[in-house]
Design a protein. Structure first.
Length: 199
């Protein structure tokens, strides 16, 4: 079986490159590589999630779960004094995220190697954002939703991007079974942005 972006150690030989993307109105240069999600460009779903997000009224840090090389979390960290936690099971992706944070001279990021929430030590996040690992399977994605609820502060929000053809309807049903309120914040090109709130 081939290597996947959600593997701990990608098999593909490293070959770093620089990509550019406009996120939250700012152009960013980011280092990418083989063996990470959307290596050639920041994918449409991640850009849509970053651009759709609004800061919660709840105080506290935010978490980019499954951060890859960092486009979502780093675009948020640039505009806040809050701590932005970034987690991924993929060691290569996390190392790239660290390089990208350093290049952007960001001092409010915390990088954590974690299989979903297994190594996350905080449990009072104001918001959690995720472009979930669809290819890891529905059980993994739904488990992510369940775990996110427990790691959010009261009135915290989980932000999810998912394509209709990759399970948006069942994802919404699962979110509604776990969270107290679920809104569709945006829909475009078959992608849905869900905001699920914990009371």
């Amino acid at each position: 079986m081939g290597s996947h972006y959600f593997d701990e150690h990608p098999e593909r030989e490293s070959q770093e490159r620089t990509i550019t993307a406009v996120l939250r109105g700012h152009r960013m240069s980011l280092r990418s590589d083989h063996g990470v999600f959307s290596k050639n460009e920041v994918d449409f779903g991640s850009r849509m999630l970053a651009d759709s997000f609004w800061w919660p009224e709840v105080e506290g840090p935010v978490l980019d779960m499954g951060c890859g090389y960092g486009p979502i979390g780093l675009s948020l960290a640039r505009e806040t004094t809050r701590m932005v936690w970034m987690a991924d099971v993929n060691q290569r992706a996390l190392e790239l995220a660290e390089k990208n944070a350093a290049a952007l001279e960001l001092e409010n990021t915390v990088m954590v190697k974690s299989d979903l929430f297994s190594s996350i030590e905080k449990s009072d996040f104001a918001s959690i954002l995720t472009n979930p690992p669809i290819r890891a399977g529905k059980m993994t994605v739904h488990s992510l939703f369940e775990q996110a609820y427990r790691f959010l502060a009261p009135a915290g929000t989980l932000w999810v991007v998912i394509q209709k053809k990759q399970g948006a309807p069942s994802a919404k049903d699962k979110l509604m079974s776990v969270f107290d309120k679920v809104d569709i914040v945006a829909k475009k090109k078959g992608y849905y942005i869900f905001c699920a709130k914990k009371n």
